[in-house]
Design a protein around this ligand. Structure first.
Ligand code: FAD
Ligand code: SF4
Ligand code: SF4
Length: 1009
């Protein structure tokens, strides 16, 4: 490794001295009950949000109670340290980065405080996630309708801070239209409820004077407000100085009253800290329909939007051709987007109707179809009535930006004119003009989002490491001129932050900027609340604040795995990519793979999908895919010190990653943290060596043949009283766990199947280490089923020239899990060699354990094993994938009988989910007559190879299992067969719920006639 390329992050001297060394941390620890995170890695993790900026905070405080927040504000005030409130940190403009004490509300301050069904209001703490709130409200038949794309992770406090707006703002407005009151703490410690002006009678004198001062400014600036504040609904820049003289197309209040909370909405934490928010809720619409209009040209889509909104839809959302193509390339989104397309449109508009009556919504769709025909586009609408299909398509649209960000190379779509809003009649002209601007600067942008309100998202592709800052400024200036020409708003959704506060003066003029300064001064005279946002701004192109500063360079690293696919540069206009390995990454593409994380925070979601089980349990930024990627990025660029990459802080950050590969599939940019952890562990063990326990687990395939010969000896740990406790003390294996039992009747030992030549075999069965040694009945069942279906099965054995012909083949997974990549490669070579003649003849290779078989399709391809490995990967299938494929082709001849059980409850292994391989299990189980197949909506089981066996991980492992898997298993009755293909998953189910789950092969074998 070379010397670090970038200097370690440092606080400004002035602030460091004000903090009195670590005095601030000490006081917070001593005087509050919150978590105090002041180490370099934690500060680094909170130095970014979903913007292009990076500023190291003074430290991070995670309050456990509202009292903690009050105390932290008081301590920071006394020490003169600024504070920065934070929710999920998904802001795109740099609102949540700053040299301040970051207060993260999301972990503990996330409760519903009060729900008033009669008044249709709910009061919440700021850290509650929007989707969690709506899940809470659903049983009451109501919802909070500001449906931002980041609903699964963004918090109400952050939404209020940014005046967020959702896809359906046409019908429901922005946050400012839906917030009724904010209980706020001012920087001097004053607390008050900001609400309807008429109700603010019993407030501290300080607040009375404050409100009087604010009103005086608004009265004085009446004419200027009218002249300078854009008249569009989607204006979120600056302060809402127009509460006394509303300029928005949609009034802030229904009765024209003045609500002081609305001045705090959109103030980005610069005026006060939100302690609680009271929101309006609405009845859940009972029915929704969706019309997807397919347009031959983008221009037509833009031009016709103004007619479509007249049909009274609740949303009109754009997805352009680039986004359609990117969605098509994403395995999770492809089937969904294809259902919405007619041919190859240049753009689609998603038009939603919602309300009480399905007939009315159907009528809305019919009107849309008729309108499109009258506008010259008959047959262009895909009508979606089914709620599931609609939801899936909205998910794709919501992930739109993230899909776009999955572009490899240093040029990335940059958010800075992302959300300019223009009146609808100018939309087509505006988008054409801006596209020309992009072309002039040698780039292009992808358009999507809220056509209905004139807020089209677009991010030109820029390389901020190489001249991007200048282009960014120039494009922003030209875009600004267009926005002014069309009388739009420069910030129509994402706010000001670091990227646009400089533009507040441009948008509102010097006079209103002065008024904003006064407002800031009235609220926060000491300037402690999120400094530098909205007023007193830095330049948007101040490269010292960038995450990727010009000349940014990772350290040189000889990687164990092949990351060259990420080591490319892509031409923004032609989309041509350089050859793999030609991207100039001194870390061989590893650093660029890590850079794929754009901080959007989608890994903080708790809904369906696997990502990210460790975060779901701990709710710590450290144990989150984003936190891990950020720590890796800082380490790989030398920002955590010269040895940051192999430091203990790095190890701790990756410690709870269970390598489930949830992120590989669920992260919109495909961050594969499991593979990154293997790469890290390789370098870690090279430097620090491996513990005895890790060596023991890693080398399982080597000593397994001996253990199988003397199973009584190998099983002593679980049979000899006290041995389990001793193993915990000596090796760190949890005494609460039994280990898989050794036995002499392994699958391969009992193998009588003839060795078939490649030309004789229909299929190769690969018996992995776990199913061979511990659960040979699974492999035997698979063999029985394959044969019953008439296939000639060759059971995989080492190649004739293998150095250890007697030792069964192994995929090397246990080595990968310990970072012993060289040993894993040796195992992989044996497999590739043994399978080569079969693969050459096109014989499928079928396996049982998802984490083993899928290694052939995944890590084998990153080991530099060449074409043979690629060919093997293309033919490696899970047992059920093979059967489902044969069934789909009409070739499967399997006679199955009904089982005594009427229901199968299936838990998918994480790697099955990551490779879209759960459905085949459902398909083949569905072939059993009378068996109802249900899938458990579960994340990782928590066992994850050896993870759950380790004493230090036992508690987290069980918590992961308890999130959804174990409760579902316990609820299953005797009429249910539990199915889990993963060895670890079955063990976890047995340990945690004392129930037996079986491999699908055994279920099918039982059903054979
Ligand atoms: C992929 C992607 C899609 C997005 N889509 C949308 C969209 O559809 N619509 C939209 O409006 N935005 C969108 N955003 C922007 C962002 O997600 C929203 O603004 C979101 O509401 C921010 O919530 P958060 O919890 O992440 O807030 P944060 O980013 O953590 O904070 C936002 C602001 O609120 C302040 N704040 C947070 N908590 C408090 C508090 N307790 N007291 C005072 N101030 C506080 C912060 O200081 C900051 O200024 C998107 C972002 C991404 C990355
Ligand atoms: S890891 Fe993926 S999902 Fe998480 S923040 Fe990064 S890009 Fe988003
Ligand atoms: S592999 Fe699993 S545990 Fe690790 S970061 Fe990804 S989703 Fe989280």
């Amino acid at each position: 490794m070379n010397a670090p390329a970038a200097a370690p992050i440092k606080l400004s001297e002035q602030l460091a001295s004000r903090m009195n060394g670590q005095g601030l941390a000490k006081r917070l620890s001593a005087e509050t009950g919150g978590e105090v995170l002041f180490d370099a890695a934690s500060r680094g993790r909170y130095s970014t949000d979903a913007s292009i900026y990076q500023v190291e905070p003074v430290g991070v405080f995670v309050p456990r109670s509202e009292r903690d927040v009050e105390l932290a504000i008081a301590i920071a005030r006394e020490m003169g340290v600024p504070i920065l409130s934070r929710g999920a940190g998904t802001s795109q403009c740099g609102q949540t980065v700053g040299e301040a004490l970051v207060i993260d509300n999301s972990k503990y301050l996330n409760q519903v405080i009060d729900f008033d069904a009669a008044a249709m209001t709910v009061t919440v703490q700021p850290g509650i996630v929007l989707d969690h709130l709506n899940a809470w409200l659903k049983p009451h038949g109501v919802w909070f309708p500001v449906d931002v794309s980041t609903a699964a992770q963004c918090t109400i406090g952050g939404m209020a801070g940014n005046n967020s707006c959702g896809s359906r703002s046409l019908a429901y407005g922005n946050m400012v239209h839906n917030v009724l009151a904010i209980d706020a703490i001012l920087s001097d410690g004053t607390e008050a409820r900001f609400q309807d002006e008429r109700a603010m009678t019993d407030v501290p004198a300080r607040v009375r004077e404050l409100v009087a001062g604010l009103r005086a400014i608004a009265v004085r600036e009446h004419d200027e407000i009218e002249r300078m504040v854009p008249k569009v609904m989607r204006r979120v820049g600056g302060y809402n100085i127009d509460i006394w003289h509303p300029q928005s197309e949609r009034p802030y209040t229904e009765d024209g009253s003045v609500n002081l909370a609305h001045l705090l909405v959109g103030s980005e934490g610069t005026l006060a800290v939100t302690k609680r928010v009271t929101l309006k809720v609405l009845p859940l619409p009972r029915h929704k329909t969706l019309g997807v209009i397919n347009f031959p040209t983008f221009h037509q889509a833009m031009d016709m939007t103004r007619h479509i909104v007249k049909l009274d839809p609740v949303a009109v959302e754009l997805v352009d051709r680039t986004m359609i193509e990117l969605a098509r390339d994403n395995p999770a989104f492809r089937p969904v987007i294809e259902k919405a397309l007619i041919g190859a449109p240049d753009a689609i508009l998603l038009v939603e109707f919602a309300g009480e009556s399905l007939d009315e919504q159907r009528a809305g769709l019919a009107r849309l179809v008729a309108l499109m025909a009258s506008l010259g586009l008959p047959g262009s609408v895909v009508e979606m009535i089914d709620a599931g299909a609609q939801k899936a398509l909205w998910e794709v649209r919501k992930a739109g930006l993230n899909i776009m960000m999955s572009m490899r190379g240093d040029g990335k779509p940059v958010s800075f004119i992302e959300d300019c809003a223009v009146p609808l009649e100018h939309l087509a002209e505006y988008t054409s003009s801006l596209t020309e601007v992009f072309a002039r600067y040698g780039t292009r942008g992808t358009w999507y989002a809220h056509a209905s309100v004139g807020t089209l998202h677009v991010r030109p592709i820029l390389d901020l490491r190489r001249g991007g800052a200048e282009k960014m400024r120039a494009i922003a200036e030209e875009a600004g001129a267009l926005v002014r020409k069309y009388k739009g708003a420069f910030s129509g959704e994402h706010g000001d932050g670091l990227v646009r506060s400089e533009w507040v003066a441009w948008q509102f003029g010097p006079r209103l900027l002065g008024a904003f300064e006064e407002i800031k001064q009235l609220f926060d005279p000491a300037g402690l609340m999120n400094p530098g946002k909205i007023v007193r701004a830095t330049r948007m192109d101040d490269t010292s604040l960038f995450r990727y500063k010009p000349g940014y360079q990772p350290i040189a690293l000889q990687t164990a795995l092949d990351w060259s696919a990420w080591d490319v540069q892509v031409d923004p206009v032609t989309e041509q990519s350089t050859a793999p390995g030609a991207g100039g990454d001194p870390a061989g593409g590893f650093a660029k793979a890590v850079d794929m994380c754009n901080n959007n925070g989608h890994c903080r979601k708790f809904d369906a999908g696997t990502m990210c089980p460790s975060y779901r349990v701990t709710k710590d930024e450290q144990h989150l895919t984003r936190g891990r990627a950020n720590t890796l990025r800082l380490a790989l660029s030398g920002q955590l010190g010269a040895d940051g990459f192999t430091s203990e802080a790095m190890r701790d950050t990756l410690d709870l990653c269970v390598s489930c590969k949830g992120c590989k599939r669920d992260c919109p940019t495909g961050v594969d943290m499991a593979r990154m952890k293997t790469e890290f562990l390789y370098h870690w063990q090279k430097k620090h060596g491996l513990s005895f326990k890790s060596k023991l687990i890693a080398n399982l395939p080597r000593w397994a043949p001996w253990a199988a010969r003397l199973p009584w000896l190998a099983n002593l740990r679980d049979t000899l009283p006290g041995a389990a406790r001793l193993s915990e003390k000596l090796f760190g294996l949890s005494a609460k766990r039994s280990l898989p039992g050794w036995r002499s009747d392994t699958f391969m030992a009992g193998m009588v199947a003839p060795v078939l030549a490649p030309e004789q075999a229909d299929v190769v069965l690969f018996a992995d280490t776990f199913n061979n040694y511990f659960e040979s009945e699974n492999a035997a069942a698979a063999l029985m089923v394959l044969r019953a279906a008439g296939y000639k099965v060759h059971v995989a054995r080492p190649a004739a020239l293998d150095a250890e012909p007697q030792r069964p083949l192994c995929c090397g997974r246990t080595y990968l899990a310990s970072g012993l990549v060289d040993q894993a490669k040796a195992e992989a070579r044996r497999v590739v060699e043994a399978m080569r003649p079969f693969v050459a003849r096109g014989v499928p290779v079928v396996g049982l354990e998802p984490s083993c078989l899928l290694t052939l399709r995944d890590e084998f391809l990153a080991m530099g094993l060449g074409r043979d490995a690629e060919a093997l990967g293309a033919q490696a299938l899970l047992f059920e994938e093979f059967l489902a494929r044969e069934h789909a082709a009409g070739k499967l001849k399997l006679a199955l009988n009904a089982l005594p059980e009427s229901r199968a409850l299936l838990h998918g292994h994480c790697h099955q989910k990551a490779f879209d391989a759960v459905r085949p299990v459902q398909t083949v189980l569905g072939l059993i007559p009378g068996l109802k197949v249900e899938l458990i909506e579960s994340s990782c089981c928590g066992m994850a190879g050896s993870f759950g066996y380790e004493a230090k991980h036992y508690a987290v492992s069980m918590q992961m299992a308890e999130l959804s898997l174990l409760p579902a298993v316990r609820a299953a009755g005797a009429d249910t067969v539990l199915v889990a293909d993963g060895t670890s998953c079955r063990h976890q189910i047995a340990d945690g719920a004392q129930r037996e789950a079986v491999h699908v092969a055994r279920v099918l074998a039982r059903a054979l006639s």
